[in-house]
Ligand binder design. Structure first.
Ligand code: ADP
Length: 540
């Protein structure tokens, strides 16, 4: 027997439609690619998305077609997201920070018909186009006056603003199957070739509701939300849906993600909540230490993508009164997995223990289930000590990769590739990525634990721990350290400080000072080149 409720089909564009109807004057603010702040209302955003959608349909984009974007977080990129998915096409957010060869690989794998791109990437696209046979045309997200010189380009090139001008401001949004594909995002391939994760309207909608819950990010109409996490990185963590769903003011940094620009945007727009990976906050805190400004309006930052260092949580709290909410997730999970917010059962914990809980990745909201298992697949206890492979499931977790014939699940569960513990409060802690764990004489050492301890030291800007080959122990930890400007911290001082936090056998065998630590296209430490360069340093 079916329930007798209305069966309105799910189309994500209805989120923007809701924002336009019920929060019409609420602003979308962008620090633009061209320079300068741009403001428009949700009402304008919806009309412009409608016009673009109409123009895309007139061009011949149909349900299921892929349209790629290479863009920063801007109002135009936001409009494109809603327009493309709204007509039943698939918005493929390409990470422009990938190497050109990887970009070609994923655009060809996705078979994108159009590319909607920011001016920043003009050279990249011009050079790649001859190798992108599926791409029929390129649309630059700019005004006619700002169009680059496209003489001699391999495909037709259009101007976004002209398209928006040419589209009608009315459209019959198509009825979609509720699990129709909305968007496509490739994992950045820190482990091999990129794999496509195909999101659905239903999964994204449920995910956006979950993200808004008070125990998750608590997104409400009276918040001003700074979405630093790029729209090309794991679906912008769903914020591009959750913000308009709540009618929150949305602030978009464009390409300007350095500490000074972010501080100016927060203070200029009275941002109350913000979300980004730790590297962004490292840059912001570094800038704030100059003493030029504070962060008066900011109440809370969501941080995820890699582990949040304890020192960052403390600095935000002690110096700026900002609460850090630690988030864990992955592209394959749309991407929300867990959030670290205390529960009533933790009321008796002291400050130090609560801080340690915040350093954990946290607990699942309804819509995610998780367990840790041993190599035989047996479930392990929630004692906060036993670690195992972390498996997840739920309506916004992947079933299979795009164009794959095989399910990505085992017995209904997806293996995250993370190694984790779960404690008695249900708080999960990632101890490592399975491929980064250091296997030293049969014992496992967490590279993350060492990195966090080193990064907490004054004078250390960033540190990366890898396993180096060892004649006796197989692997031993070594740490690459980039010191802060003017810092004189020595190897002995670092080892001395670490001895307070780590057992003797977990202490690194070598500390190597470097000028830079390589980052992946999503701003995480890239250990592949470090292993290649330093993986044999203990053998010499
Ligand atoms: P990629 O690393 O390829 O860019 P994702 O962004 O999807 O792809 O990365 C997901 C992985 O990032 C997780 O499996 C986990 O290893 C790591 N990660 C995400 N958030 C956290 C966090 N808060 N703490 C530790 N690791 C995290």
């Amino acid at each position: 027997m079916y329930g007798l409720m209305q069966r309105e089909p799910i189309n994500l564009v209805s989120i923007l439609g809701h924002a336009a109807r019920w929060h019409p004057h609420q602003e979308v603010v962008t620090n633009t690619v061209e320079g300068g702040i741009h403001r428009q209302s949700y009402s304008d955003t919806y009309v412009r998305a409608t016009r673009l959608a109409n123009r895309l349909q007139r061009y011949g984009i149909e349900k299921g077609d892929r349209v790629g974007t290479l863009g920063w977080n801007t109002y135009r990129h936001l409009e494109s997201w809603y327009a493309i998915a709204g007509i039943g096409a698939v918005c493929h957010t390409v990470n422009p920070r990938l190497f050109p060869e990887q970009i070609k690989l994923i655009v060809n794998h996705a078979q994108d018909r159009l590319l909607v791109v920011d001016l920043t990437f003009a050279d990249l696209i011009r050079e790649a186009l001859p190798d992108l046979p599926s791409v029929e045309a390129v649309i630059f997200m700019c005004r006619g006056d700002d169009m680059p010189d496209v003489g001699g380009w391999a495909r037709p090139v259009y101007c976004y603003e002209r398209w928006v001008g040419e589209g009608e401001d009315r459209i019959e949004w198509p009825a979609l199957a509720h699990d129709a594909a909305s968007s496509l995002c490739y994992t950045s391939g820190t482990t091999g070739d990129p794999k496509g994760v195909l999101y659905s309207h239903r999964g994204n909608l449920l995910h956006a509701y979950a993200l808004s819950m008070p125990d998750v990010l608590g997104i409400a109409a009276n918040e001003t939300l700074l979405m630093v996490v790029p729209m090309f990185h794991a679906n912008s963590w769903g914020l591009a849906y959750a913000g308009p769903m709540a009618g929150a003011k949305l602030v978009l940094p464009g390409p300007h993600m350095d500490g000074k620009s972010i501080a100016e945007l927060i203070n200029g727009e009275n941002v109350t909540k913000a979300a980004a990976v730790p590297t962004v906050w490292t840059m912001l805190l570094g800038h704030l230490r100059t003493g030029e400004t504070g962060l008066d309006s900011l109440k809370e930052v969501g941080i995820g993508g890699s582990a949040v260092p304890r020192a960052m949580i403390e600095e935000f709290r002690n110096d700026y009164g900002v609460n850090v909410v630690h988030i864990w997730g992955m592209t394959e999970m749309t991407p929300l997995g867990t959030v670290s917010r205390p529960k009533p059962s933790m009321a008796g914990l002291g400050d130090e223990q609560l801080l340690l809980a915040k350093c954990k990745q946290g607990r699942v909201p309804f819509g995610v289930d998780m367990k840790i298992v041993d190599d035989a697949g047996r479930a392990l206890p929630h004692d906060g000590r036993t670690f195992g492979r972390l498996l997840v499931k739920g309506p916004w977790t992947i079933e299979r990769y795009y164009r794959s014939d095989e399910s990505a699940l085992t017995d209904g569960w997806f293996d995250t590739g993370d190694i984790a513990t779960i404690d008695e409060h249900g708080f999960m802690q990632v101890t490592d990525r399975s491929k980064d764990v250091i296997k030293s004489g049969g014992e496992w050492i967490s590279s993350v634990a060492i990195e966090n301890a080193v990064m907490g030291l004054e004078g250390v800007e960033i540190a990366a721990c890898i396993g180096a080959k060892h004649p006796k122990w197989d692997e031993r930890p070594i740490v690459l350290v980039k010191r802060g400007a003017d810092s004189q911290i020595s190897k002995n001082e670092i080892i001395g400080e670490l001895s307070a936090h780590l057992a003797k056998w977990q202490l690194p065998d070598a500390i190597v000072f470097v000028d830079a630590i390589p980052l992946t296209a999503t701003g995480k430490i890239d250990k592949k080149p470090l292993r290649a360069a330093y993986g044999n340093c203990l053998l010499q």
